[in-house]
Design a protein. Structure first.
Length: 325
């Protein structure tokens, strides 16, 4: 069943089209998820060799978080060397920052920029990552509970290159079953067990407690909430763009009368998207409530970071720089 779901997900891309050549860039960390994805794509490459040529590139990012990071890079390099001895067409890109990446958020931003740069320079059609259903749940908990807002649009804004997650519908345990059955090489990443990282604490402490004491199926419930939230976001994106949201020159213009006619929860989502269009992704619940309040008043409001909300009779203007108004 997991393999059928993976194949169905991949069928929604152009991988199985009749193009003569297709280039795929796979982000690989050495853990079971990305290694399973890379092995799976390389098998597809061999099976489809007569129909079309699939070029596969692997990109590994070292974060300089310890000796384990360097050891992982050496293991991946050895694995790729063995594949080339078996006449498997694969290219490895290894990235090393000048300084150690200080946080998870900074490392994610660095990786995304690097993926886009490599994909653009070497003309890759698709970037694949090994994020599973569990990763989506951890991201949802991190943003929704800890930071106050879950932001599914942020990744789309930051990644102009087409990016895809073939393992979106399968769990980490199902990936482990595939790796065990096919004997894929999996290298343990010690950072996944370090409680110094927020995501590791969610994975190793919070989610097991929720499953043990509250709901054994809590992951399914959370994933259903993620799907519903994403559908609402997709709807609101087109809805707000067509009716009350216009963006130009670091300014977001909202029709005051159209906005105030909407339900309060819809207004909140539109304000959140307005900040996203200005490149602000960590806006908190308090500031959104301030926007809801000042949208009814003829007063201006100044946010931190040079964000200004100006109120006019018919329009509300959210600008990233006060001098632009």
């Amino acid at each position: 069943m997991p393999i059928k779901r993976i194949l169905y997900t991949l069928s929604t891309t152009h991988l199985f089209d009749q193009n003569t050549e297709f280039k795929i860039l796979i982000a690989i960390s050495g853990g079971q998820d990305s290694t399973c994805l890379a092995s799976f794509i390389l098998i597809c490459q061999k099976l489809m060799n007569k129909k079309k040529r699939i070029q596969v590139g692997l990109i590994h990012c070292q974060h300089l978080w310890g000796m384990a990071s360097l050891e992982m890079a050496n293991q991946i390099d050895s694995w790729v060397y063995q594949m080339k001895k078996l006449n498997i067409d694969v290219v490895l890109y290894s990235a090393l920052p000048i300084y150690a990446v200080p946080s998870e958020s900074a490392s994610r931003s660095w990786r995304i920029k690097l993926f886009n740069r490599i994909a653009k320079i070497y003309n890759y059609n698709l970037v694949l990552t090994g994020h599973t259903l569990n990763d989506q749940i951890e991201t949802f908990l991190s943003y929704q509970i800890i930071r106050g807002f879950y932001n599914p649009l942020r990744q789309k804004v930051l990644t102009p290159t087409e990016k895809f997650k073939p393992f979106f519908w399968i769990t980490r345990h199902e990936v482990w079953l595939i790796c065990s059955f096919w004997h894929f090489p999996v290298f343990a990443d010690s950072s996944n067990k370090s409680l110094l990282f927020t995501r590791s604490r969610l994975r190793l402490e919070l989610i097991p407690i929720l499953k043990a004491f509250y709901n054994p199926q809590v992951e399914n419930s959370l994933f259903q909430n993620i799907l519903v939230h994403n559908e609402k976001t997709d709807f609101l994106k087109s809805f707000s763009s067509n009716i009350s949201l216009f963006s130009k020159d670091q300014k977001v213009l909202l029709n005051r009368f159209e906005l105030l006619k909407l339900p309060r929860w819809v207004q909140r989502e539109i304000w959140l998207e307005s900040f996203q269009r200005l490149g602000v992704y960590h806006i908190g619940f308090y500031w959104i409530e301030k926007c809801l309040l000042y949208s009814k008043l003829s007063k201006n409001f100044h946010f931190r970071g040079g964000i200004v909300l100006k109120s006019f009779s018919d329009w509300l203007i959210l600008s990233k720089n006060q001098n632009q108004l």
